[in-house]
Design a protein around this ligand. Structure first.
Ligand SMILES: NC(=O)c1ccc[n+]([C@@H]2O[C@H](COP(=O)([O-])OP(=O)(O)OC[C@H]3O[C@@H](n4cnc5c(N)ncnc54)[C@H](OP(=O)(O)O)[C@@H]3O)[C@@H](O)[C@H]2O)c1
Length: 294
């Protein structure tokens, strides 16, 4: 542990947490709330950054955080990152599998080049090949990579005292009602919910494994690629009973709850955190910002 020790009254004081995908968006909100709750947080993303963004806004946050490079699409990168965390901090109490996401596509079988480019999957001139690679990438980033991270972190947790906590960040797109425009992403997130339950059964009491299925959550990408010109969300949020998007900080506070002693007997569950939105209502609105760009 480095830096000034946080008050022992804090719920996660002394805990070491990994959060994936902390260069922007929801991951930053999760990391900040874990820091506020007293944890040491090691975040990661694919590019080099000078530190965890905004950590200095939390008391002692800059000292108790790191931001290191890790590409969760590469097994060797996960191995090197987790090994480094254990070498520097001695243990891992918390893993938040947050990195992920995708972009809506007007049709599953003909993914446009621009949609593929925004998502970041490998390029291909051929429409079938491009679509196939787009869907494979969505499943890799939203299901397989979180499983890889969990497998690697569990190897540490099983050799430690206490019960670790793994939280997977899922999506309302995984609802059994289906996810038109987000077919592979929805299937991957649905798989993540199922994986949560299975790993909880396999790994208790060494680790508790839970999941948070997010509805609309306000980030720069959400603003740009989902709301688009409907920047206040007047059309979008009419289908959300609470009339707004959630915030990364709200997600972070629920993650803190799930990792704290308050949730010691919560295991294998998926909490829907979506303002009460009904399944399947948001896909047309969500696609509009992308079709406007095409
Ligand atoms: N925002 C929403 O409305 C919403 C709704 C439902 C579910 N979710 C879920 O919430 C999570 C976070 O979403 P977000 O909206 O915050 O997305 P975002 O703004 O696109 O941020 C994604 C984060 O993941 C990182 N990342 C991407 N690929 C990575 C890789 N291969 N290895 C390591 N890090 C990687 C990105 O960093 P770099 O690009 O710098 O590597 C970035 O920090 C995702 O799992 C998403 O499915 C979000």
């Amino acid at each position: 542990m480095t830096g000034s020790a946080p008050s022992t009254d804090l719920p996660l004081s002394g805990k070491v947490a990994i959060v994936t995908g902390t260069s922007r968006g929801v991951g930053v909100g999760i990391a900040h709330e874990l820091l506020r709750a007293g944890a040491t947080v090691i975040g990661c993303s694919r590019g080099e950054l000078p530190g965890l963004p905004g950590a200095e806004t939390v008391e002692g946050g800059a000292e108790r955080s790191r931001q290191w490079v890790c590409d969760q699409g590469q097994i060797a990168s996960i191995e090197a990152f987790v090994t480094r965390v254990v070498e520097e901090f001695g243990r891992i109490d918390i893993l938040v599998n947050n990195a992920g996401g995708t972009v809506p596509s007007p049709s599953p079988e003909a993914v446009p080049e621009l949609v593929q480019k925004i998502q970041g999957s490998p390029r291909a001139a051929d429409e079938f090949e491009r679509s196939a690679l787009f869907h494979a990438f969505a499943v890799q980033m939203n299901l397989i990579s979180p499983l890889w991270f969990a497998l690697r972190v569990y190897r540490e947790m099983r050799n430690q005292d206490g019960t670790g906590s793994i939280v997977n960040i899922s999506s309302g797109a995984g609802h059994p009602a289906g996810a038109p425009t987000l077919v592979s992403y929805g299937a991957a997130k649905s798989g993540l919910d199922h994986l949560t339950r299975s790993l909880a059964i396999e790994w208790g009491p060494t680790a508790r494994v839970n999941c948070l299925a997010l509805g609309p959550t306000m980030t720069d990408n959400f603003q740009q690629f989902v709301l688009g010109e409907d920047s206040e969300g007047a059309t979008y949020f009419k289908d959300v009973p609470l009339g707004r998007a959630g915030t990364p900080a709200e997600v972070g506070r629920t993650v803190v709850f799930l990792c704290s002693g308050q949730a010691d007997y919560i295991n294998g569950t998926t909490i829907e955190m979506d303002g009460g939105m009904l399944p399947g209502v948001l896909y047309e609105n969500g696609l509009k910002a992308i079709t406007d760009l095409l």
